[in-house]
Design a protein around this ligand. Structure first.
Ligand code: SAM
Length: 283
């Protein structure tokens, strides 16, 4: 049987099942074996690994994961792919749930399939919901070792951005708070059917085991407020954000945290944001 990344096989399946791509569901399917293999290499998949995939599409990446991993559980929103996937993935170690991943009970799905074992997430994500999906994966308290995903290149640049660069923002602080993130490789739009309008990139997030024991909700509120007016000084962006704290008190909080109130948010490291949020009044 021809592999699913072969364009001729993709066309054969799409024609047989009269499948129409949905742009609004971010359906751009991979048609390049090298990229499929490189994603699975970046995830470091071995025969010991349990895998959660989001959005299997016609199963191109799923197939490579099934051949190299232990068990693959995939969550796909589009029920129109049900019959097609029955034919395209004749593997015993693959199980597909037809659900919106943002509404799915991932804890239960993981427990049902992997018991107490950890798992890796591998996906070519639908770009319109990249951040909500990653936030859910990170914050749902799942037993995830790593997340290897293809996303829009521009978003990947923000994930890995360091202070004092144009891409550094609250998303960089959020991702780097929870994980050690690595930019793996860039992917041109030509390896998809249909071709998206943007370039893509694969990133690998190794979830940190020992997170700082801080009030995370307060931390992310402070980060968001600090970046709300990127071009302004910290004291201006924080004081105009609407916290019930006056400018004098905010100045004191910044000084106690050893941060010059005239600095801008994009110059602060995560560690500085952590100190600032610890000293910040409850909000
Ligand atoms: N993995 C396939 C590949 O690489 O060829 C398809 C990737 S395509 C970029 C994204 C997939 O995610 C599509 O199959 C789409 O239907 C699915 N999808 C979109 N939104 C979703 C959601 N909220 N929950 C689960 N799957 C979703």
């Amino acid at each position: 049987m021809e592999r699913l990344f072969k364009p001729s096989r993709v066309v054969e399946l799409l024609t047989k099942y009269d499948f129409r791509f949905s742009k609004s569901l971010g359906q751009n399917f991979l048609i390049d074996g090298n990229v499929v293999r490189k994603i699975v290499d970046s995830a470091g998949i071995t025969g010991e690994d349990n895998i959660l995939e989001i959005g299997p599409g016609i199963g191109t990446l799923t197939e490579e994961l099934a051949l190299r991993g232990k068990k693959v559980v995939a969550v796909e929103i589009d029920e129109k792919l049900k019959e097609l996937l029955k034919e395209s993935l004749p593997y015993d170690n693959v199980k597909i749930y037809f659900e919106d991943v943002l509404k799915a009970d991932l804890k239960q799905i993981a427990e049902e399939n992997f018991g107490t074992e950890s798992f890796k997430v591998v996906a070519n994500l639908p770009y319109y919901v990249t951040t909500p999906i990653i936030s859910k994966l990170i914050e749902d308290d799942l037993n995830i070792e790593s997340i290897t995903v293809m996303i829009q290149k521009e978003v990947a640049n923000r994930f890995v951005a360091k202070p004092d660069t144009k891409d550094y923002g609250s998303l960089s602080v959020f991702i780097q708070f929870y994980s050690d993130v690595n930019y793996e490789f860039t992917v041109p739009s030509t390896v998809f059917m249909p071709k998206p309008n943007v370039d893509s990139a694969v990133v690998n997030l190794k979830i940190k085991e020992d997170l700082p024991k801080i009030d995370r909700e307060k931390f992310f509120k402070v980060v968001k407020a600090a970046f709300s007016k990127r071009r302004k000084t910290l004291i201006n962006s924080l004081s105009s954000y609407g916290f019930p704290i006056d400018k004098n008190e905010l100045t004191k909080v910044l000084l106690v945290s050893n941060i010059d109130p005239k600095r801008r948010a994009e110059t602060l490291t995560s560690e500085e944001f952590i100190v600032l949020s610890i000293n910040f009044p409850n909000i």
